[in-house]
Design a protein around this ligand. Structure first.
Ligand code: ATP
Ligand code: MG
Length: 306
């Protein structure tokens, strides 16, 4: 099964249109992408269907990645952005579980080191881009530079002084322009970019934080800083709204994926990634006809060993 064009269109933010995050659901897609006509749509049956779909996408992704690797002509960059506890780590673990680790890398973007902060904001991302044949997932990304630092302009590297605070619109507009130009450049050089925002509700974040605090095995995942950032919920929603609206482009579209049900979220992300590779219409490289005789001879040699 593939995600239908209708579902992909629903999740994708049309370039030039507003993201309208407040109108988008955090629990389910509007189009019921789980196999229609399956009868009972209770939570448990939805979960089961989503698990089956994810298993299928994982298998398809394994094949698609092998084609990407074999053809060696294109790279895939997956940008994952979300608030805390939206499920980035679990999504990466499940969606990429079938992929050959040789062709895949995950890069986490934390607070910039002094060396990173002494460069332009795209520098560390540029250094981490996938080479042709590879898939790289950015667990957070250069978008933090128009999200967390927009919510907290005092975290801008020193050299900006208080530019972010005193000249906001102009400053952030330039960053959006730079990101769009950067991604266009990557696209023209055969890096396909898929950007995914895991759209979580405030209530579900609260439930997941409490889960972490209540379970001794999960407590390590909670940091008190997460609660501080939760206090800026509305500012983050506005920052995401504007960043997604300004940077969803034909060459690097944003997908907003409902994140309140982890199993559905993972299946949808799997479907989006499979679709991105399918769009490349890659084939295994054809063997040069001049090599056919040599390959046949190699085969005969090996057969004669037995
Ligand atoms: P998890 O909590 O699941 O381990 P995480 O992505 O939240 O994953 P953390 O180490 O908790 O990882 O947080 C990294 C922090 O670094 C985030 O709060 C993020 O906003 C911050 N960060 C990332 N890039 C930048 C940046 N360019 N400037 C300032 N802060 C940044
Ligand atoms: Mg965190």
């Amino acid at each position: 099964m593939k995600l239908t064009k209708k579902v992909l269109d629903e999740l994708r933010v049309e370039p030039g249109s507003s993201a309208h995050l407040e109108r988008r659901g955090t629990a389910h897609t509007q189009t019921d992408w789980l196999r229609a006509g399956t009868g009972d749509q209770s939570d448990s049956s939805r979960k089961l269907l989503a698990h089956e779909d994810l298993a299928q996408f994982v298998g398809e992704l394994e094949v698609a990645q092998e084609r990407l690797w074999a053809s060696g002509t294109h790279a895939l960059l997956i940008v994952l952005q979300a608030l805390d506890a939206a499920g980035k780590d679990g999504t990466i673990k499940h969606v990429m579980s079938g992929v050959n680790p040789q062709g895949c890398r995950v890069v986490a973007f934390k607070q910039p080191s002094p060396v990173e902060a002494a460069h332009d904001f795209l520098w560390r991302a540029s250094a981490a881009m996938p080479s042709h044949g590879e898939i790289t997932i950015f667990n957070r990304s250069y978008y933090e530079d128009v999200l967390v630092v927009r919510v907290h302009p005092e975290r801008l590297p020193q050299r900006h002084g208080n530019a972010g605070a005193s000249e906001p619109q102009h400053f952030w507009e330039h960053r959006f322009e730079d990101i769009n130009a950067f991604e266009h450049h990557l696209h023209r050089n055969n890096t396909r970019i898929v950007k995914i925002f895991l759209h979580l509700s405030r209530d579900e974040q609260r439930r997941r934080f409490l889960d972490r605090l209540d379970d001794p095995d999960k407590r390590w995942k909670f940091s008190t800083g997460d609660l501080v950032e939760r206090g800026f919920w509305d500012s983050y929603q506005s920052a995401y709204e504007e960043a997604i609206t300004q940077t969803s482009t034909p060459w690097a579209p944003w997908y907003v994926v409902p994140a309140d049900h982890k199993y559905e979220l993972r299946a949808l992300v799997g479907g989006i990634v499979v679709d991105a590779i399918d769009q490349l219409d890659l084939r295994a490289p054809a063997v040069d006809p001049s090599q056919t005789d040599a390959l046949d001879a190699a085969r005969r040699t090996l057969m004669s060993e037995s």
